[in-house]
Design a protein. Structure first.
Length: 124
């Protein structure tokens, strides 16, 4: 999920009790282009030549809007680094501030940290 907004509801409660923190995030899904058969089970596989899993934004079936949901911040398990898939020619509007908003395909950079590398490696 891409975090878009972090918020906490206003709750009148005792002073020593803090309200839960939530975020609104938008979903990604693994690319169906890259898959493998492991012990008779079809699984997602890293993209060839880059060894990183590819993600696409998850849109409504009519393609009109991105899919998202509200989640408790404490439910986040891990933060990963996303790298835009540029294709043959990079969109000139893409930069470090706009890439998450303009791009629809990304790689999960499993080389960003050893923890991410081992977490993703153990998935395969």
């Amino acid at each position: 999920m891409q975090v878009r907004l972090i918020f906490s509801p206003v709750i009148t409660s005792p002073r020593n009790h803090s309200p839960p923190v939530y975020f609104y995030g938008e979903f990604f899904k693994f690319s169906a282009q890259h898959h493998a058969n492991v012990d008779g089970v079809e699984v997602f596989a890293p993209a060839p030549n880059v060894d990183m899993f590819q993600l696409h934004r998850h849109f409504r079936s009519d393609g009109s809007t991105r899919m998202g949901d509200i989640v408790r911040l404490t439910d986040v398990r891990e933060v990963v680094e996303l790298v835009p898939v540029y294709g043959e020619k990079m969109d000139p509007r893409l930069n470090c501030e706009t890439s998450l908003d303009l791009a629809n395909s990304f790689y999960i950079n499993n080389f960003a940290s050893k923890e991410t590398f081992h977490a993703i490696l153990s998935y395969q």
